[in-house]
Ligand binder design. Structure first.
Ligand code: FES
Length: 281
């Protein structure tokens, strides 16, 4: 059990990644936000933190963010700017202070003697940077990475130095179909090798991974970070439905909160096709 701590940290760097991406509200891009290292005893890739700029006037709420990597000196977050909240983080500068609460949630399985397939799409690549850093035998890792933007927007180079990375850039529906075809092929290979699979990315991608994992009976974990908002079990906006394989029989077939029960789950313990029952007023 890793005990989360609340701590005030200093920003040491905030570097834009790749080229700005045109969007309806102007240019958007990715940032590697580096903070001084918190005094954590341990952490697991897949876990997240709650973070809030200390001097933030515009937004008083902390946001959940996946941990990208933790080094001896720093805690790194990989941020995709998608709105005013994440834009506020992109404007942090060296010397600014943030409040961090963490590490929180469940982390990814890590087995030194098991072939492990990492499946990532887009900003879902972030937690696998730390995973590759911490894995005792990175030669047993392969990552398939799908992305719609050029790969220079993502930290693939540093990761390719630690493990085999297969990067597929899809710009058309046909190229996306090709990514899904290769993904299924790789999952079949890892089933035959008695391996495991770990996935992170947007929900339509995770649903495809989930479905394929169930069909192939491949042990697979999914990181459902996209659903989180408050990060503390208060907003109930991150519900996901459990399957009959949920370890607690009393909760099987009922919704659980991603932030307090996950965000990493075994695919067979979830039912991502089931709809969440509406809450009573
Ligand atoms: S993110 Fe609000 S309840 Fe989970």
């Amino acid at each position: 059990m890793i005990t989360p701590v609340r701590t005030e940290l200093t920003v040491t760097d905030n570097v834009p990644f790749g080229q700005p991406v045109p969007g309806p509200e102007g240019e958007r891009r990715f940032y590697a936000l580096t903070l001084e290292r918190p005094a954590w005893k341990s952490w697991k890739p897949g876990q997240f933190i709650m973070i809030r700029p200390l001097s933030c006037q515009e937004s008083i709420w902390a946001r959940p963010m996946s941990i990208c990597r933790v080094t001896s000196q720093s805690l790194v977050l990989f941020i995709r700017v998608v709105g005013p909240g994440t834009d506020r983080f992109s404007r942090l500068k060296s010397g600014d202070k943030v409040v961090v609460w963490g590490p929180l949630g469940t982390g990814f399985e890590m087995r030194s003697d098991t072939p492990t397939l990492l499946l990532a799409r887009g900003v879902g690549i972030a937690p696998f940077a730390g995973y590759a850093d911490m894995h005792p035998d990175p030669s047993s890792l392969t990552m398939l990475f799908g992305h719609t933007l050029p790969s220079s927007n993502y930290p693939t180079d540093a990761m390719a130095a630690r493990m085999e990375v297969e990067s597929l850039h899809d710009r058309t529906p046909e190229e996306l179909d090709e990514f899904h075809r290769v993904m299924r092929l790789r999952m079949q290979e890892y089933k035959e090798r008695e391996g495991i699979c770990l996935a992170c990315g947007p929900m339509p991608f995770l649903k495809k991974v989930w479905k394929t994992a169930i069909e192939l009976d491949l042990p697979t974990q999914l990181l459902l970070e996209e659903r989180m908002s408050c990060g503390i079990g208060a907003c109930l906006g991150c519900s996901t439905m459990t399957s009959k394989h949920w370890p607690d029989a009393v909760r099987a077939g009922l919704p659980v909160q991603t932030c307090t029960s996950g965000p990493v789950f075994w695919a067979r313990e979830l039912d991502l096709e089931a709809s969440i029952p509406a809450r009573r007023a």
